[in-house]
Design a protein around this ligand. Structure first.
Ligand code: NDP
Length: 244
């Protein structure tokens, strides 16, 4: 297992799904972890489930002033930020004809602007130490597109460009930026997908099953760690062969 002893990690969207599993994996590897979610009580409760080195903080990533404050406070309290896993994200909307202005605005504000603001805030703290690792949550649909997910797919494609651009810009300061592109992972995010759709996904996945949050978390942990010290600007697929 990659060693993260002594590192300080922030996991946005760490209250559920992939973010929660990632917080657990990072803590298991020795990191001090701060998980964030929109509700303070939930964030604190979920953090407490992961042990002493994990704490929970309220943060709505669409509130850019709050993002700045929260990251500043974390860096002050823990002395540094070594790792950011930007897992906060939503899947809303549907077919193009049914999309409302609100679906479009909320998805882009959360998945794109919210992620970029967190990258900016984390990078500020990382620059002081001239090291850090940032992992963004892309998706296979960011590359392939998906009928019924136009806005979501566009938001995930934007994160690929974000990871590559930030990697180029921040590399000279010792900061690596990568993205993962999960396939279909069993979390709340896909709870509205019908059994029929999920069966079709399984049939077209080489491994013939959906992924688990823990399987994504282990790959993120590798990218977050020094084991990936020469890996930056990459998009790593975790999809069981769905895109083959
Ligand atoms: P979940 O729905 O299980 O969890 C989403 C997390 O994001 C929750 O912790 C939620 O916290 C948080 N969140 C949502 N909106 C905000 C906001 N405005 N501010 C702060 N936190 C917010 O989703 P997953 O774990 O499945 O997804 C995590 C990431 O992985 C997302 O970016 C998603 O797009 C991506 N992904 C997921 C795939 C899948 O199949 N599950 C596939 C590919 C990518 P709370 O509700 O407590 O505020």
């Amino acid at each position: 297992m990659s060693d993260l002893t002594g590192k300080v990690a922030v996991v946005t969207g760490g209250t559920r799904g992939i973010g929660f599993a990632t917080a657990a994996a990072l803590a298991e590897a020795g990191a001090t972890v701060v998980v964030t979610g929109r509700d303070r009580e939930t964030a604190e409760k979920r953090a407490a489930e992961l042990g002493e080195r994990v704490s929970g903080v309220a943060l709505d990533v669409t509130d850019s002033a709050a993002v700045k404050d929260v990251f500043k406070n974390i860096a002050k309290e823990h002395g540094r930020i070594d790792v950011l896993v930007a897992s906060a994200g939503i899947l809303e909307g549907g077919l193009i004809g049914m999309l409302t202005d609100e679906h479009i605005a909320t998805t882009l504000a959360t998945n794109v602007a919210g992620t970029i603001t967190c990258v900016q805030a984390a990078a500020r703290a990382m620059m002081r130490k001239r090291s850090g690792s940032i992992v963004l949550l892309g998706s296979i649909v960011g590359e392939r597109g998906n009928a019924g997910q136009t806005v979501y797919a566009a938001s995930k494609a934007a994160l690929v460009a974000t990871a590559k651009s930030a990697a180029k810009e921040l590399g000279k300061q010792g900061i690596r930026v990568n993205a993962v592109a999960p396939g279909v992972i069993q979390t709340d995010l896909i709870s509205e997908q019908s059994d029929e759709v999920l069966e079709r996904v399984k049939e077209t996945t080489a491994l013939r099953r959906l992924g688990t949050p823990e399987e994504v978390a282990k790959v993120i942990r590798f990218l977050a760690s020094d084991d990936a010290s020469f890996v930056t600007g990459q998009v790593l697929g975790i999809d069981g062969g769905l895109v083959l």
